[in-house]
Write a protein that binds this ligand. Structure first.
Ligand code: CTP
Ligand code: MG
Length: 382
């Protein structure tokens, strides 16, 4: 038995209640449009995805969603948008999920539970949550005509799943409904409600958009890692010792002692990166006494560090380093340093500052140089 799933995503609305100047499905949260979130969440379970876009926005949708997604022109109402998309569903699909772009955060797991229930024999399956408000029916003059027992009520979400033919038949009707299950119920088909999820909320108002952002935020936070690193070296007594700092050679400057080239900026950044990724530090990765690194340049260490951090599954968001010392003067070569450091870090965003310490401490006394660095890493998508 094949049991393939087509997903229809009505996204043809204008989003009047949200009040953005663009269609709601193109509004972004956490750097991605609602329609991209919705498609990404449904893609893992879908054999075919059909998106109904607002008229005149089809090309923009196609560019965003790529060639795996079929973009068709939506209709004047949600029901009509779904109907138009239905015409493109391949017959090889046994099930159809209809899912509002406005419920962009509904999870793949929810879609999987809907499908499981269909596979277990249900004809129509919809997610729902218990309601917290008491719901009353009113007449046109706002008088209550009925109060429903809350325990029997559910607030219904999408994705709503159906056997393909059942949904197609139901859409023969001319009725305009706010959800597809409504049409199916009218035909006397049993519709099963399964447990929905908070994150499948329908983004309708600005407040909903903020709620959705708050739901995504902890996920982003879990993937951010910060690290700090410092390093210091004394200026050498050897007049021939070369000065290397920030990946650059500094002619005429007194070099710093150290088992490598003494580049405090590069070393501090390496430590910040290793610590942020949770993969040890400069010493544990390169070994203080490791002969292989005895003459290693700062750029070389940074490149290797970058590769290790990348292999551990992190992207560099940005790196900052502050160089502390009387000499050399950083400002005239700041741009050069940034370019050199960034190059060793795969093009990462780097910023560099410098300071003296008002004559205080070993840097103030001109005995040496130090640096402090921070790094922000993002767990890369796997
Ligand atoms: N929808 C659609 N075609 C329409 C109207 C709505 O495909 N003619 C889609 C919307 O894009 C949305 C879903 O149906 O994904 C639910 O509709 P709703 O949340 O009401 O979105 P909008 O109609 O865009 O918003 P509003 O009612 O505030 O204008
Ligand atoms: Mg609407």
């Amino acid at each position: 038995m094949s049991d393939l799933v087509a997903v229809i995503i009505p996204a043809g609305g204008s989003g009047e209640r949200l009040g953005a100047r663009i269609p709601k499905a193109l509004v972004q949260i956490a750097g991605k449009t609602l329609i991209e979130h919705a498609v990404a969440n449904m893609a893992p379970i879908a054999n075919q995805i059909i998106v109904a876009a607002p008229a005149a926005y089809e090309e923009q949708f196609r560019k965003l969603l790529g060639t795996d997604v079929l973009v068709v022109t939506g209709g004047l109402t949600r029901t009509l948008s779904v109907k138009k998309a239905l015409a493109y569903v391949d017959k090889e699909n046994d099930y159809i999920l209809v899912h509002d772009a406005a419920r962009a955060l509904a999870s793949t797991e929810l879609a999987m539970r809907v499908i499981d229930s269909l596979r277990a024999g249900e004809k129509a399956v919809i997610p729902g949550l218990a309601v917290t408000d008491t719901i009353k029916r009113i007449d046109k003059d706002n008088y209550v005509t009925r109060t429903f027992p809350r325990s029997q009520l559910r607030a219904i979400q999408t994705p709503q799943g159906f056997r393909r033919k059942i949904l197609i038949r139901a859409h023969d009707s001319r009725d305009d409904v706010t959800d597809d299950a409504g049409l199916v119920e009218d035909r006397g088909v049993d519709v099963k409600v399964i447990l929905g999820e908070e994150r499948a909320l329908k983004i309708t108002t600005m407040q909903d958009l903020e709620t959705a952002q708050r739901i995504l935020l902890p996920e982003v936070n879990n993937q951010i890692r910060v690290g700090i690193g410092t390093d210091a070296h004394a200026f050498s007594n050897d007049p021939l010792r070369e000065m290397w700092l920030g990946g650059l050679f500094w002619p005429g400057e007194n070099g710093a002692d150290g088992h490598s080239d003494g580049d405090v900026a590069a070393h501090a950044i390496c430590d910040a990166l290793f610590i942020a990724a949770g993969i040890g530090d400069l010493g544990s990765n390169f070994g203080i006494s490791d002969l292989a690194y005895a003459g290693a340049s700062g750029s070389q260490l940074l490149s290797e560090c970058f590769q290790k951090v990348t292999a551990a599954g992190y992207l560099i968001n940005n790196v900052s380093v502050q160089i502390v010392g009387n000499r050399p003067k950083i400002a005239p070569r700041r741009a050069e340093i940034i370019t050199a450091l960034s190059k060793s870090l795969g093009g990462a965003t780097v910023s560099v500052s410098a300071t003296t310490t008002d004559g205080l401490g070993f840097t103030g006394a001109g005995l040496g140089i130090s640096a402090i660095a921070t790094a922000l890493l993002l767990r890369s998508a796997r």
